[in-house]
Design a protein around this ligand. Structure first.
Ligand code: PLP
Length: 381
């Protein structure tokens, strides 16, 4: 028997109950039955983001969700500040340039989060900036940004909108859209929402909705003005990925039942345990400002990524993520985002330990698993 287990920060495992809902016969998206589902999804998305404002569901991946904000909130020539501390931040600098926006880059070392002074300096140098884009959890590096503190700082010193890539943060980190004064937050379906790829969710503040009304950027499919108009009627402007919306209905129901604060606590506990586990195996963590969604780890000396990953995948059935760009072959990333419990963390650390051992790395059998168990026992008390 061979059992596969997925530990990547998107796609993430889909709960069985969600898969069963998505397997039901197709219904038409203009049926009252579907309107009822979308109405409930809209309400539960507000709970997920902790907002009383609109959260739009778009049929595209997370990147499309962010693109919808660049093309719907600004006008050609506008300045936006974007933090680049990894693969995704890099994308939020490149993308607005394609649309004729003036993107000011705040470059941060991989594995670190932007500091208040760096954001302040960019705001002082660019008082004309219309927005600041932050990546809450930079999935390529495992660095988490203190969005709450930076949002307060940006609001205090400017009129710029606070825009957040929350694609691996939503459902893992505490996030309070209204209370923290966030203007835009985007997430995707295949991350903390535990369903397959194909949907993006975009939360907007009243200030952001106002910008949507005045933006002169050319756009059509990803036009948030159309999406907002349809949202008012619990509808979508185009044919939505209806089966995914049915899936997210079931997933949001699970999140509501567990309680969003408990979901955040669970992710913190799992991240803490996984970190203790890899450190007990003698490995070093890549990032200090640690995300609760993903843990990147340096491969130890003498252990090559290719054979290590092949063992994990083909012998132990575990899929983790590798490093990107200059960290390809140097780090690997263990995800704990979404549909996981404590014993899943025991499993992934056990598999890492076995694969390291098979690659010749010396560690005491069970050392990683023991540290994971201890971490859970201590955080439970
Ligand atoms: C996955 C991810 C994205 C990109 O989302 P796609 O769904 O692949 O388009 C953007 N930002 C972060 C932080 C991500 O983890």
């Amino acid at each position: 028997m061979f059992k596969r287990r997925l530990f990547t920060p998107g796609p993430t495992p889909v709960p069985e109950s969600v898969m069963l809902r998505m397997a039901e016969p197709m219904i038409h998206h203009r049926n009252p039955e579907f309107t009822e589902i979308l109405t409930r999804v809209n309400r539960n998305l507000q709970y997920l983001f902790q907002t009383a404002g609109p959260v739009l569901t778009l049929t595209c991946s997370g990147t499309g969700g962010v693109e919808s904000t660049f093309v719907s909130l600004f006008s050609p020539g506008d300045t936006v500040i974007a933090v680049n501390g990894g693969k995704f931040g890099e994308r939020w600098v490149a993308m607005p340039r394609v649309f004729g926006l003036n993107a000011v880059e705040v470059k941060v070392a991989w594995g670190s989060a932007p500091q208040p002074a760096e954001i302040l300096a960019a705001l002082r140098a660019h008082p004309e900036a219309k927005a600041v884009y932050l990546t809450h959890s930079e999935t390529s590096t495992g660095a988490a940004t203190d969005v709450r503190a930076l949002a307060a700082l940006i609001r205090e010193h400017s009129q710029a909108l606070v825009c957040v890539d929350g694609i691996t943060a939503i459902g893992a980190h505490e996030f309070r859209f209204d209370e923290w004064g966030i203007d835009v937050c985007v997430t995707g379906s295949q991350k903390g929402l535990m369903i397959p790829p194909g949907l993006a969710f975009v939360a907007l503040s009243a200030r952001a909705v106002e910008r949507v009304r005045t933006s002169t950027m050319p756009r059509f499919y990803l036009d948030l003005r159309r999406a907002l108009a349809a949202y008012e009627k619990n509808d979508t402007p185009w044919t939505p990925a209806a089966s995914l919306i049915i899936g997210v209905d079931a997933a949001l129901e699970m999140i509501r039942t567990e309680g969003i604060e408990q979901v955040w606590r669970r992710h913190k506990r799992m991240a803490t345990a996984v970190r203790a586990g890899v450190e007990a195996l003698g490995l070093k963590l890549f990032s200090r400002d640690a995300s609760y969604a993903v843990t990147p780890v340096w491969l130890p000396a003498g252990v090559e990524w290719k054979p290590f990953n092949a063992l994990l995948k083909n012998t132990y059935g575990i899929t983790v993520a590798g490093g990107q760009d200059e960290y390809t072959g140097k780090i690997f990333r263990i995800s704990h985002l979404g549909y996981y419990d404590e014993l899943d963390m025991v499993t992934v650390i056990a598999a890492v330990e076995r694969s390291l051992h098979d690659c010749g790395w010396k560690c005491e059998p069970g050392a990683g698993v023991r540290a994971v168990q201890r971490s859970f026992m201590e955080s439970a008390s």
